[in-house]
Design a protein around this ligand. Sequence first.
Ligand code: PQQ
Length: 569
Amino acid sequence: SAALLVLGTIPALAQTAITDEMLANPPAGEWINYGQNQENYRHSPLTQITADNVGQLQLVWARGMEAGKIQVTPLVHDGVMYLANPGDVIQAIDAATGDLIWEHRRQLPNIATLNSFGEPTRGMALYGTNVYFVSWDNHLVALDTSTGQVVFDVDRGQGTDMVSNSSGPIVANGVIVAGSTCQYSPFGCFVSGHDSATGEELWRNTFIPRAGEEGDETWGNDYEARWMTGVWGQITYDPVGGLVHYGTSAVGPAAEIQRGTVGGSMYGTNTRFAVRPETGEIVWRHQTLPRDNWDQECTFEMMVVNVDVQPSAEMEGLHAINPDAATGERRVVTGVPCKNGTMWQFDAETGEFLWARDTSYQNLIESVDPDGLVHVNEDLVVTELEVAYEICPTFLGGRDWPSAALNPDTGIYFIPLNNACSGMTAVDQEFSSLDVYNVSLDYKLSPGSENMGRIDAIDISTGRTLWSAERYASNYAPVLSTGGGVLFNGGTDRYFRALSQETGETLWQTRLATVASGQAISYEIDGVQYVAIGGGGTSYGSNHNRALTERIDSTAIGSAIYVFALPQQ
Ligand code: PQQ
């Protein structure tokens, strides 16, 4: 049962019900979907803060958060911020003043028994008068937005000690859709669709084939030895095409000689899916990395956008352009789904492959055929234990969960990256699902790099790089695009920065108490544009800094949310 604290002194702000129409066309001054819009652009149309005045930003309020990894996207509706703290402490806060309105504290089982990846809650979903989250112990919970009272609480099954969720649920045509992580489980995970009023499960999709099922022969080992594949990255809903887009993760242990899948492509792993939210029916699928020996996890957010498809043969890092695909106006799914940083574009409705190119340096994909079929670099497939393979990127990317952004007005896509490589050695020891990868890794800069952190700006029409901005420390933080032409981004060096979307130049920066690890958002109340970012807790991205000679101060103690605005007269 859950404890609830209601503060009498702060008046509850009236919350209007959220409809499908609002989610599909979100108010410019609010942040009611994880990615601001359902298509996941992480773009605020607000224009008060511009490249010219961003240098004057100042702190309006800050509020301490529960200890733990902060990776959260706050939601804002009708002047209230809904904030998920680590350990399932959900708060409603006056978004203009920082005053707590209500707080929900979940009573969790012994957290030492839970899948550690479930600690952060990256996202929640708003619909009707409910706010939805998936708890560390893998329950789908709905709270009333006005009071914080529990509306329903349903167990998603498969063992609360094994399965969890880090990225949160989305709403797709009235259905609550959520993925799962089971990195430490001797089985694979699932995506499920739930009734928004009761939480009742409507459908469930798994990814790893059982004996005799389609793709079984692409594994080569027994079903009982197929572990870990889930959807722990961010799911996207396309309200125009009516499809949900998600991607699956990799498999353990990392080396195919240890898991018994030698030569196998492992159907269902590292695959992008488009499904119907009402039933889970699969409309198309595409494997963006077969035969993974390096935990490359093709589960990260992709975006749905109308674009004049004109792929350029001059694209940096080009793998393939489909010569048979029509150019011109199309609705596409695009982005960087896997840690190795390869950017993809597909037709949103049919999954037709359009093009693929690299962003950060990678040596795992050898080539992509004109129809999108991937061939891996056979030299880096593990054939021997206790031998170091020089892989790029690492098990933390290239990119990892920190989200990209897209400015729909300019058609520019911004992706946070790291210039990271690693020596990977599969160790000759007994393994279990709890050991996960059974490898040792070190941390290196990629060949020719002097800086770890990086952001690339890419034209989604031509696929060409417009600029690439580097910094010394690891950039393990999402980006936020705004209508004022500003790109916000945190980092493991505790700086919260504003960059020019045109040039990548840093226009403003301020130093936070901790790693600037959360997902920045922007919203407007009474004519004031605010920018909010949470930070704190151990960031895996700090590990990248071990490749650097200078020390980076990534203090993790003192989690908080910070809210900035221009000085007001
Ligand atoms: N989570 C982080 C983080 O919190 O910074 C980084 C990673 C995860 C990874 O690099 C992973 O490979 C990863 N894998 C799983 C999985 O296989 O289920 C889950 C998660 C997660 O849910 O956060 C991560």
